[in-house]
Design a protein around this ligand. Structure first.
Ligand SMILES: C[S@@+](CC[C@H](N)C(=O)[O-])C[C@H]1O[C@@H](n2cnc3c(N)ncnc32)[C@H](O)[C@@H]1O
Length: 307
């Protein structure tokens, strides 16, 4: 756990972007909520910007590390560390600013929207500033031959003399994290989902993008990443393999690859409920697909008990 958090701090693109955004948004005297504080680095930045009071919340054991660091930095009188899930926390005052870095490789996959909806309702002033204030999930159609062979098509072949092929459909309805090569792209990336974290009222988000195949290729799935607008003029993205961030990118595969010729239309509808599940459907060169992480495991109870 410590080394994971060291890696986050060592991701200078990420951490500097947050420091700059906090310096711009937090005003002297502000009350700040640091939702998912980890080491407490964003709380330290808030103190640096002049916050009079910070509530640093983490449901994991890192809360104790944050408390140690706040004492060490001499800001324990300003920063209250709470070892709780944010949904269970109650605060004595409503905050002026909320800062959080709870984005997964697909942006929405760590439940940021649901946690923010709850925090906006209970912990923040109505006009509170939120960092990040907006998240976009972008996609691009991909030909990722080796990845697809390794993670999806692998199940179609017998291994150790056994037919494992029923698992292929589960594997194809899973999402994967990977470093995406630009050479895998079949089209031009496009934003699919946009979430305004300051105003959204729902955890259910969906969006659509249409791509044109820029070469003859085999479509294996869609690459995904996020772009977070932390505040005016400061964005953070895991779009590219380089410069590297602490996030990889990810992809959603197709159950069956689809051959596309240059100029073919590829349509993608993407839907998620707070990253708990994802549905991707659409068509490519006239062939339809409709998949979901709902189908990445057999239904509960599909296996008989030993009793
Ligand atoms: C990616 S880390 C970021 C840590 C730190 N803010 C930073 O920027 O280095 C996210 C942290 O948020 C915590 N977390 C995520 N959702 C939370 C929630 N709803 N309530 C409390 N902690 C949460 C996790 O335990 C994890 O330590």
């Amino acid at each position: 756990v410590l080394d994971y958090h060291r890696g986050l701090l060592a991701d200078e693109l990420r951490t500097r972007a947050y420091r700059d955004a906090i310096a711009r948004v937090v005003k002297p005297g502000d009350v700040v909520v640091d939702l998912g504080c980890g080491t407490g680095i964003l709380s330290l930045f808030a103190c640096e910007a002049g916050a009079s009071r910070v509530f640093a919340i983490d449901m994991g054991h890192m809360a104790d590390v944050a408390a140690l660091l706040m004492r060490h930095a001499g800001v324990a009188d300003r920063v209250t560390v709470l070892h709780e899930e944010s949904t269970k926390v109650e605060l004595p005052v409503r905050a002026d600013v909320l800062v959080t870095e709870t984005m997964g490789p697909f942006g929405l996959d760590e439940g940021i929207v649901g946690y923010l909806l709850d925090a906006r309702r209970r912990l923040l002033r109505p006009d509170a500033m939120i960092i990040p204030r907006q998240l976009t999930v972008s996609a691009v159609p991909l030909e990722l031959t080796d990845e697809y062979a390794k993670r999806v098509a692998w199940w179609s072949e017998p291994h150790f003399g056994f037919d494992l092929s029923p698992v292929r459909v589960l594997a194809a309805n899973s999402r994967y994290f990977a470093y995406l090569e630009k050479s895998w792209r079949i089209g031009t990336p496009a934003g699919v989902l946009d979430v305004d974290l300051a105003t959204t009222e729902t955890t259910l988000n969906s969006g659509r993008a249409t791509f044109t195949a820029e070469r003859d290729a085999t479509l294996h799935g869609f690459g995904l990443w996020f772009t977070a607008s932390l505040t005016d003029g400061i964005t953070l993205t895991n779009r590219d393999k380089r410069p590297a961030t602490s996030w990889a990118q990810g992809y959603l595969p197709l159950e069956r690859e689809i051959a596309v010729t240059r100029g073919a239309t590829i349509e993608l509808d993407l839907e998620t409920d707070d990253g708990k599940w994802w549905r991707w459907r659409g068509s490519a060169a006239g062939t339809a697909f409709d998949q979901s992480t709902w189908f990445s495991m057999p239904p509960c109870g599909a296996v008989g008990s030993s009793q």
